[in-house]
Design a protein around this ligand. Structure first.
Ligand SMILES: Nc1ncnc2c1ncn2[C@@H]1O[C@H](COP(=O)(O)OP(=O)(O)OP(=O)(O)O)[C@@H](O)[C@H]1O
Length: 559
């Protein structure tokens, strides 16, 4: 439930004003030029008329940066013709996001392409405004998602009264332009498998359900171009091909054209004909055939087997016939599950199958954890286990924690070190630290800090890089950096149980490699882990003795 529906909501107001001003200027210039071209164009070739994206050769800067500053992208040359199907692929989430920002007008392209980035929008009279014709849906964690204060993500677990919350139907209906759009709405709800969720409060939708709803909302606004930032993140294995098929269908009919940013390890959809490979300051644009060998090289490295895990530990969690429901809706049905010391679990199942709900019982976040007949957590029935103790006994990183974590700026901003150290108590507030705590934070920063994953980390300057990173404001970090800091927060207390839900979301390949290495080699053999991902090969213990629990429609199968 962390993904807001507002388009581009991670852009600050200042940036938005600047870019709107820039767009207003470009748009009026675009209108003047396009009108002139519209009449002159009869003599132009068809191929010019079919240009969707046009950047002949340019550097790309942040607004406010002069031409002498280091560009975000250098010598970018990119032309997209109508009928071509492009994907932006790159190991670093932030670089792909910058390229999408540029397409949205949030970066300065120098020299500005004659007639604007999107010549095809200038073909009508009057020309269309790019700001209103392009929609972006982003699935990576938003940099300032929670703003300054912590918000109570557990509200979702209450039995929300359905009449006092905005339903999914209401959220989507707000996008309908007229009565005719109703029929399209029905088709879209069917195709994105949202029909059965329409009358639920929007707040209770699972991560995957929220992502599908975000796409529906963007499509109902009828853009000419839909930009999707890592659309496969958090989608279950069945929904991925369905979504990719739907996007293909839309792209073929140009309703709308689709451009998505993918990770190198995501399968490249069959219908993609061209790839813009983003690495550092350079974007290499090429055909699918020439990009494939490079993509295969860059896919996340497979993990090799290490030692078998222990199976003779004490019980940390015991659930018998656990049920969770809201009115007549049963979300968990008679779950029996025991977690012992040292066990490594992969929890998986379709979107909406109940994984987050199950984990919220372990972390004590769910009010119905108190009413279970048999839910024993760390040798005590849940009712006798205070929530504050559970917060210390369970190290947790999840999309919910990421969305709720405070992102204050200014005097009360949490530094990276402060943010990691909140994990000692499992809270979200600053706490003074003992020298031992400082040492533990140092240890984690050495293993998981920028010296391990930053592109400038290997030049012998690791200590300074780590120290500087530790002092930075958490709220100012890129989304992938925030994700790895929140993983460190979950690990810092060396809790007996770790709950790691979609922890790699938004991380770059190098960060994932460092985190995988830590989880495989540095945990105490007594620590138990529940790892949640829709990508089995991402589980650090993939291919080894690993326990699996699968949820389907609220029922568990232990494998
Ligand atoms: N308060 C509530 N009232 C009604 N239904 C709810 C409520 N909270 C959650 N649900 C429903 O419970 C189901 C399970 O949600 P949950 O978030 O546990 O799924 P999940 O397996 O974690 O999914 P995902 O993989 O998409 O994150 C969903 O269908 C969701 O809509």
């Amino acid at each position: 439930m962390m993904f807001g529906l507002a388009k581009n909501n991670h852009i600050s107001l200042r940036e938005l004003q600047v870019s709107r001003a820039n767009y207003a200027y470009c748009y009026s210039r675009h209108i003047t030029l396009s009108r002139a071209r519209l009449f002159a164009r009869k003599s132009e070739s068809d191929s010019n008329l079919n240009t969707i994206i046009n950047i002949p050769r340019a550097n790309v800067y942040r607004f406010g940066d002069g031409n002498m500053a280091t560009p975000i992208f250098k010598d970018l040359e990119w032309t997209v013709k109508d009928g071509e199907s492009w994907a932006i692929v790159g190991p670093a989430g932030s670089e792909k996001t910058h390229l999408l920002d540029m397409l949205l007008g949030y970066m300065r392209v120098s020299p500005a392409p004659n007639g604007g980035i999107y010549p095809f929008l200038g073909l009508t009279d009057p020309p269309q405004n790019p700001l209103q014709c392009i929609a972006r849906v982003s699935f990576i964690a938003q940099r300032r998602a929670a703003g300054g204060a912590f918000y109570d993500y557990t509200a979702r677990y209450g039995a929300v009264r359905e009449d006092d919350r905005l339903t999914l139907r209401e959220v989507l209906f707000a996008e309908l332009k007229n009565e005719d759009s109703r029929a399209e709405f029905d088709v879209l709800a069917e195709k994105l498998e949202l029909k059965h969720l329409l009358d639920l409060p929007f707040i209770v939708l699972s991560n995957g359900q929220t992502r599908r709803a975000s796409i529906a909302k963007a499509l109902l606004s009828k853009p000419e171009l839909l930009l999707l930032d890592e659309p496969l993140t958090g989608l279950d294995i069945n929904h991925r091909p369905k979504l990719i098929g739907l996007l293909h269908e839309l792209h073929e009919t140009r309703k709308p054209r689709v451009l998505m940013a993918l990770r190198p390890q995501d399968p490249l959809p069959e219908w993609i004909t061209h790839v813009a490979l983003v690495e550092g300051q350079y974007v290499r644009t090429q055909t699918r055939a020439s990009a494939m060998p490079l993509l295969e090289q860059r896919a996340a490295p497979k993990t090799a087997p290490v030692e078998a895990q222990r199976t003779d530990g004490d019980e940390l969690v015991s659930m018998k016939d656990v049920n969770v429901g809201y009115h007549e809706r049963h979300v968990l049905k008679n779950i029996n599950w025991t977690i012992k010391e040292g066990e490594r679990w992969h929890l998986h199942g379709s979107n909406g199958s109940g994984k987050t709900t199950l984990l919220s019982l372990l972390t004590g976040d769910h009010p119905q954890s108190y009413t279970q007949r048999h839910l024993v957590l760390f040798e005590k029935p849940r009712r006798r286990q205070p929530t504050a103790s559970l917060q210390r006994l369970v190290g947790c990183a999840s999309p919910e924690v990421a969305a709720a974590f405070p992102r204050r700026l200014g005097a009360r901003a949490l530094s990276v070190r402060d943010a990691i150290a909140t994990g000692f108590e499992g809270t979200f507030a600053y706490r003074p630290r003992t020298p031992e705590m400082e040492c533990r934070v140092d240890e984690l920063l050495a293993h998981l800090g920028p010296a391990r994953w930053s592109v400038v980390g290997s030049d012998g300057n690791g200590e300074k890089l780590t120290a500087d990173f530790g002092a930075r404001a958490f709220a100012e970090l890129a989304p992938g950096e925030q994700s790895i800091v929140l993983l460190m927060r979950a690990l810092v207390n060396e809790a007996p149980l770790l709950v790691l839900d979609e922890v790699f979301a938004g991380m770059d390949s190098r960060m994932i490699a460092a985190a995988t290495d830590y989880l495989r080699n540095e945990l105490d053999s007594k620590q138990a882990v529940v790892f949640v991902t829709h990508w089995e090969e991402e589980v650090p213990w993939y291919g080894q003795t690993m326990r699996k629990i699968r949820l389907e429609d609220g029922q568990a199968t232990i494998q």
